[in-house]
Design a protein around this ligand. Structure first.
Ligand code: AMP
Length: 110
């Protein structure tokens, strides 16, 4: 299986890493939509949120909380998004959560 994000986690493709633990890896989006735009993903390959288990979601939640504080957006607020499938406009089929902040975000989400 040739997965872009698996290759980033393996160090085969460079990224700007912001966080790593046993289960989770996070790096800056290459095309940021906000001053802070981090992708947070499980190290274990799963296509999207439909394949995610509770243990992995718990690890992702903990990472989101840590990264939000680390990136300095926990006080002013931020947005998390996980695109799923074709209509969700998911372009990389390895579950990832976008964390965006650092400015006032648009009211619209779609
Ligand atoms: P999505 O469209 O929700 O699947 O999000 C995929 C995200 O991955 C997009 O925001 C891309 O900008 C980002 N992306 C694609 N390739 C890379 C890469 N090599 N390094 C960092 N981010 C990437």
């Amino acid at each position: 299986m040739d997965c872009l994000f698996c290759r980033i986690i393996a160090g085969e493709i460079p990224c700007t890493k912001v966080y790593e633990d046993d289960a989770v890896f996070a790096f800056r989006d290459i095309n940021p939509q906000a001053p802070v735009h981090v992708l947070i993903l499980p190290k274990k390959h799963m296509a999207n949120i439909l394949e995610c288990d509770g243990e992995t979601m718990k690890a992702l939640l903990s990472a989101i909380q840590t990264i939000a504080k680390q990136e300095g957006v926990s006080e002013d607020g931020f947005r998390i998004v996980s695109n799923c499938g074709r209509n969700g406009a998911q372009s990389v089929n390895h579950l990832h959560i976008h964390l965006m902040g650092g400015r006032q975000l648009a009211d619209s989400m779609a």
